[in-house]
Ligand binder design. Structure first.
Ligand code: RB5
Length: 155
């Protein structure tokens, strides 16, 4: 498995700990975030993570800022990205199983490192279930591609 990881200035320590944690499990991690304590705009890292995931260069992305919110918003502006901001492992796992999330986000100022590790474990260990969930994910992607949702407009 190969992942991309990105962060802003609020999440340098957590990014490095998560990167090391994943590498210890044999997962390759490409770091596109900042390592400087200077203020760093989270959309830059969110965009980089999103682009790498959307181009299928990697199997998924992890994006961390202070809350996980701003960077998830930025990731989600890249076409093809389903980034989910989670503060506990259950939602992270379900975001993969039901929503086929391809980026997981969390906040370094919100959760501790042990919860962050549980989140990445839950997310990397989960598989998209397809079936009825595929239809719903397709509907999300239809909204993205067309700014319309046929089933809703016709109802
Ligand atoms: C940076 O101060 C902070 O706004 C950022 O890390 C993040 O929390 C934004 O959503």
């Amino acid at each position: 498995m190969k992942l991309v990881i990105g962060n802003d200035h609020a999440a340098i320590e957590m990014k490095n700990e998560i990167k090391e944690y994943l590498e210890g499990k044999g997962i390759e991690v490409i770091d596109v975030g900042t390592n400087s304590p200077e203020s760093f705009d989270y959309p830059i890292s969110g965009y980089r993570v999103g682009k790498m995931v959307a181009s299928s260069e990697v199997d998924g992305g992890i994006a961390i800022c202070g809350t996980g919110v701003g960077i998830s918003l930025a990731c989600n502006k890249v076409e093809g990205i389903r980034a989910c901001c989670c503060s506990e492992p259950y939602s992270a796992e379900m975001s993969k199983r039901h929503n086929n999330s391809n980026v997981i986000c969390f906040g370094a100022r919100v959760i501790g490192i042990e919860t962050a590790k549980q989140i990445v474990d839950a997310w990397t260990g989960a598989t998209f279930e397809g079936g009825r969930h595929q239809r719903r994910v397709d509907e999300i992607m239809e909204i993205e591609a067309t700014q319309k949702l046929k089933v809703a407009d016709e109802a």
